[in-house]
Design a protein around this ligand. Sequence first.
Ligand code: HEM
Length: 486
Amino acid sequence: GLWVRNLRLKRRLPGPFAWPVVGNAMQLGQMPHITFARLAKKYGNVYQIRLGCSDIVVLNGDRAIRQALIEHSTEFAGRPNFVSFQFVSGGKSITFTNYSKQWKMHRKIAQSTIRAFSSANSQTKKAFEQQIVAEATELVESFLKLSAHGHYFNPAHELTVSAANVICALCFGKRYGHDDVEFRTLLKHIDQFGQTVGAGSLVDVMPWLQFFPNPVRSVFKSFKVLNKDYFMFVQSKVKEHRETFDPEVTRDMSDAFIGNIDKSDSDNGLTIGHAEALVSDLIGAGLDTVSTALHWIVLLLAKHPEIQTKLHDLIDKVVGPDRLPSIEDRSSLTYVDAFIYETMRYTSFVPVTIPHSTTSDVTVEGLHIPKDTVVFINQWSVNHDPLKWKDPQYFDPSRFLDESGSLDKDLTNNVMIFSAGKRRCIGDQIAKVEIFLFVAILLHQCNFEKCPDEDLSLNCSYGLTLKPLDYKIAAKLRGGKSCVTV
Ligand code: HEM
């Protein structure tokens, strides 16, 4: 009996037949997370595919993923040494670096700095909130301008600028106008980032693709250029900070990282290069994700007018017309949070986490995975797991509320968009505060309407984040309210 069991534990992982050279690359399709979930029905929640020359384990479903990321957190805390990862944040990114003592130390510095500027005490909480309120009210003004004379417009650029400004204000103590040319150019390319580092991107598993003309090579080439341009922008800002640095006054997160630079030259200490990389990582991670969330939210509001009306009614009742919503209203605006959770669950706009790799041999659901195996974690499959969710294919915020109208914490904890375990997102709390305030303020001020002769489609493009395809809406100032003034 024991012998048979051992044999079973060590058996090769199940998975589809892999073709020579490309492996399963041609089978991924436009939406790899959906393909991964489909393959899980056939091969189980833990299976193996081959992409180019890499064997990759794909984890699906709530149980297998939590078992791996939480019960075996250290074993799953690694990152593969993909070629593209070396071009991020000058090669010193904490996000795209493998599990190590140094990574642990630098991640801790990043976490405590985020806390210091968002939630450490009531004063920082208030300052952070005011920053977001200022951005949100400016966003309302640009939306109303763009909707003048019955126009419908694509909100993509304005939403990206707003999300970028919140994180730039934290990092640099500076925001940028919606028409700032330098900033606009920078942001134009940043959404291409996720095409290269998202799970299923091919240059990392078929590195030879970079050596002859093909679509993957041209995407990879622009990836290198955008990372260089973007990192140079960050470096110039950090340099300005170093030149005016005063150890007595920490103006922003850049100053905080500069203050943490280790002059003792120890192996794991923070160098200037690492400090620049931390700033670059936080802006990169905080910008694309939050703006994508807002894109989906505006689209879903315009698509579901009955849900929007329910949100309007609640905000009117709790907040009233004479002031803006604030973070203190959050506990009374549970349906707003329910709407945000449902947007995260339903769209699963970070469908697969950044690729992981195993730091040692490990067993999940009885299957053996060797050290240094690349692992894809299919968050979409957790959020659409029929064992966890009733009718996962329907958009229904009220699924998160119990009979008394309170948020069901067990259910909201089941939504997986920030990952789990040792690599869990470190910006989850600030992201939630940010998104809540944006949504509450946008809804307090505006009604979002779709273009009457166009249907809003949920089609999207695949990458590290799923982005809705271009769409148009109009924002109408809600009845009886005067335009916001800051
Ligand atoms: C990592 C989601 C906002 C900073 C991640 C990961 C996900 C994620 C899925 C990868 C985890 C893994 O590989 O297992 C999101 C979502 C956001 C958001 C959905 C917004 C709605 C932010 C913000 C910041 C941030 C605002 C910072 C200010 C980071 C960092 C990492 C990360 C530094 C890398 C962690 C590591 O590798 O150790 N995030 N994120 N994120 N996120 Fe976020």
